[in-house]
Design a protein around this ligand. Structure first.
Ligand code: 5GP
Ligand code: 5GP
Length: 241
């Protein structure tokens, strides 16, 4: 009996810890965040095109971010995990197209994807492994065509100014859900359409109405800049993982 307890108690303690650890990574919903490349690139910081060349003039994925209903969010939830590039080799060409990196110095994207997996993806390990996380984001991207939704409402990336409300309405019309809109400022200090936030349920597959509004930093009319020629291709300096 005493020997049985000696074995059983540590097992129970380990199981209890596993349950506690898993539930401490819980979250309420995901933000699925897409960025307009024109607005990333025309800022004072500028941008660098990936080693694979200038991305399409389309919204690209920034990330799939677990979030709490009170507006706070978990991050870097598993220090014991690593990003393993070979686990997503079947997704690489889709990621290059739909989740391109624009940060400098020029890179192939692995650094951006690794950052997003470690900072945000590890907080959804109760739902996804690394491959599942990127696959889910790509599937969400295929479900919404933001550029088409905006163009259907006459909102084009032509450097003109459009009302934030009209932008939200156009996306709601196409997706059924009200997005969050985030602005940044270009090198002439114009406020412009930078990121679009849509909310997704905890399975990572269905869009939902957002439990809370994301921070926005934009009001009234904002610029929708073209994706011009602000980027660089500083291949001399590129860093691979
Ligand atoms: P910023 O400070 O530029 O708004 O955000 C910097 C980074 O913090 C984002 O790229 C993202 O990784 C994280 N972040 C900012 N706001 C949110 C949020 O509302 N939810 C989550 N999950 N992450 C956020
Ligand atoms: P977050 O703001 O999500 O915490 O961090 C984004 C990180 O990914 C930053 O270190 C940023 O330099 C890097 N990054 C690489 N490519 C991109 C990109 O295309 N857009 C954004 N927003 N960040 C990128």
């Amino acid at each position: 009996m005493e020997n049985g307890c000696r074995v059983l108690i540590p097992i129970l303690v380990i199981q209890l810890l596993a349950v506690l650890c898993a539930s401490s990574q819980d979250f309420d919903f995901f933000y699925f965040v897409q960025q307009w490349p024109g607005s990333y690139c025309d800022t004072r910081r500028s941008c660098c095109y990936p080693t694979t060349g200038k991305p399409d003039a389309d919204f690209g994925i920034h990330g799939l971010w677990p979030n709490y209903d009170d507006g706070s969010y978990p991050s870097n939830c598993d220090s014991s995990t690593r990003f393993v590039a070979s686990e997503i080799s079947d997704l690489t060409s889709s990621l290059q197209k739909y989740w391109p990196t624009l940060a400098c110095p020029t890179s192939n994207g692995l650094k951006f994807w690794s950052h997003e997996w470690l900072k945000h993806g590890t907080c959804a390990e109760s739902v996804f492994d690394q491959h599942g996380y990127f696959e889910a984001a790509l599937n969400l991207k295929k479900q919404v065509n933001l550029l088409q939704a905006l163009e259907n409402a006459g909102i084009k990336p032509d450097g003109r100014f459009y009302s934030v409300e009209k932008i939200k309405e156009a996306i709601k019309e196409a997706t059924g859900f009200t997005p969050g809109i985030e602005c940044n400022v270009d090198s002439s200090r114009n406020h412009q359409l930078y990121q679009v936030y849509l909310c997704v349920d905890t399975s990572g597959t269905n869009f939902i109405e957002c439990p809370i509004a994301s921070s926005s930093r934009c009001y009234g009319k904002i610029e929708f800049p073209s994706f011009g020629s602000h980027g660089r291709e500083d291949f001399l300096d590129h860093e691979e993982l």
